[in-house]
Design a binder for this molecule. Structure first.
Ligand SMILES: [Zn+2]
Length: 496
């Protein structure tokens, strides 16, 4: 504590510069007056806590990766690649094809320093410090335009040597608890492993610990203590590139490709219609699909078609909850299949599916929020057309759909960072409490992964802005659920 704390000055123009300029332009045109309430330039904490912490360890440390500076040097490229994918043409950038200049250059061949990178879709490592030969401290980025929500992580390292056991310590995570303390492992993807053994993303890492680390920062004047996730990884190959993530990534590129495949499939072209719901603030398309068996236009069929029940399913309003996308993928694949059950459902229902509600958040590597730093699943009561276009457009679509046909079910797919299994949050129906419990009970009968005991049916005031409660208030239908799937997996004995 005697030595003065060296504070890292991080005051660059952030990758959201264009967004800020656009918003200034909108302000000038007086389209909206609520912008004052949002602080735009608090994206990167001053790293004061970090400098304090590292100084107090008394250990030698060397900054070997800093995403912000790299962005400054190369801002235009990063803006187009990281934020505004649409302008790059049809194929968005991916983790694989993005070529960037490494922040750290090895001194010579004996230098074993790992090369860190996160300037790719959904990547979010902000800084990496080398503490000792095989020991690194890592800092992840806050969600864009916020001073927090740092929980998701996705980065890659290259230059590891076979047999090297490297210790990683992510030091600025927000949550006080984690499934990492209950046996969950790190998601790992080794390029060499994938190439030679055909093993893709898998769970790995050893000596995994999650704990409050004594570092704090202020969020809205409240002192918030941060947590560390530490783990070791033993490199299996020389010259490998290994990706690490909080849960298996599912990017905007992934859903883009998925929907393209469906569109290209002749057998599905009469069942699935893809449309753009709106354009996000970063200029990405918010896609949705309508899925049903077609009206064959005989009189009888026309009547049956008009009587079909409407079902809405959406996912990834919270970008870090990638498990939601894997549930969504299962649903889409099943509904597109030629099984009797899927055919029966398509005969009797019209599905409106929004597979990725928050593309900007996913692209930027956010955990919880959109590009303007909003938790979009608290904005359903009165979404703003400019600030929350995703929710505004989705709500309009759903309300219109409800006037066209009877809505039978609305599902909003999420991931849960603290509980095991799959379960739902539903709404209580005073007159007939059983009414909203039937669907979860049926799910529990059909799948061992679904645990009815963890389901809740409450109208919490602080959740009135969620899709589940707001659409319940607006539409008064029983079957509206948030589906929560564990980041970890199925373990029946664990209850909330
Ligand atoms: Zn969520």
């Amino acid at each position: 504590m005697n030595s003065p704390i060296k504070v890292l000055e991080i005051k660059p123009e952030t990758p959201t510069k264009i967004l800020v300029e656009e918003i200034e332009e909108i302000k000038k045109q007086e389209k909206i007056d609520t912008f004052e309430k949002i602080t735009y330039f608090e994206k990167f904490e001053k790293a004061m806590e970090l400098g304090y912490y590292l100084n107090n360890t008394g250990l030698y440390n060397k900054l070997i990766f800093l995403r912000v500076e790299a962005n400054m040097k190369d801002q235009k490229l990063d803006l187009e690649n990281i934020v505004n994918l649409k302008k790059k043409g049809d194929e968005p950038a991916t983790a694989k094809n993005k070529v960037v200049k490494p922040y750290y250059k090895k001194i010579d061949e004996r230098d074993t320093t790992l090369i860190f990178e996160s300037r790719f879709e959904s990547g979010n490592l902000l800084a990496a410090y080398k503490i000792s030969e095989h020991n690194y401290q890592l800092v992840v980025q806050n969600d864009t335009n916020t001073n927090g929500y740092s929980q998701w992580f996705f980065f890659r390292v290259s230059g590891g040597r076979k047999g090297a056991n490297v210790h990683f310590n992510l030091i600025n995570l927000m949550k006080g608890y984690s499934l990492f303390n209950r046996g969950m492992q790190i998601c790992v993807y080794s390029e060499k492993n994938a190439e030679q053994e055909k093993i893709g993303w898998h769970k790995g890492g050893n000596e995994i610990n999650y704990y409050r680390n004594g570092i704090f920062k202020y969020v809205r004047d409240q002192k918030r203590y941060l947590s560390s996730l530490s783990f070791t990884y033993e490199f299996e190959y020389d010259n490998d590139t290994v990706y690490f993530a909080n849960s298996i990534p599912y990017t905007y590129t992934d859903i883009f490709k998925e929907l393209n495949e469906i569109q290209k499939n002749d057998k599905l072209s009469s069942l699935v219609h893809r449309k753009i719901l709106c354009t996000t603030l970063a200029g990405n398309n918010l896609d949705y699909i309508t899925l049903t068996n077609p009206d064959t236009s005989s009189r009888y069929d026309k009547e049956a078609f008009n009587n079909k029940i409407g079902i809405v399913i959406m996912a990834r309003v919270h970008p870090g909850e990638t498990v939601g996308s894997y549930m969504m993928k299962g649903i889409i694949d099943f509904l597109c299949s030629n099984t009797d059950e899927a055919n029966l459902l398509r005969n009797n229902c019209v599905f409106k599916i929004i597979p990725m509600m928050n593309p900007d958040g996913v692209v930027c590597g956010n955990y919880r929020t959109s590009l303007v730093g909003c938790d979009l699943n608290r904005r359903w009561i009165n979404p703003n057309e400019i600030l929350h276009p995703e929710i505004y457009a989705a709500k309009q679509m759903i309300l219109k759909f409800s006037t066209q046909r009877q809505l039978g079910l609305i599902l909003d797919l999420h991931g849960h960072s603290g509980a095991n299994n799959i379960f739902t949050y539903g709404n209580p129906i005073k007159e007939n409490p059983k009414e909203s419990k039937i669907f979860p009970i049926l799910l529990s009968k059909m799948s061992d992964a679904f645990n009815y005991d963890q389901c809740k049916f409450k109208l919490n005031k602080n959740k009135y802005g969620t899709a589940r409660i707001n659409l319940f208030h607006e539409l008064a239908i029983a079957n509206i659920f948030t589906i929560e799937a564990s980041f970890y997996g199925v373990k029946r004995e664990v209850k909330l």
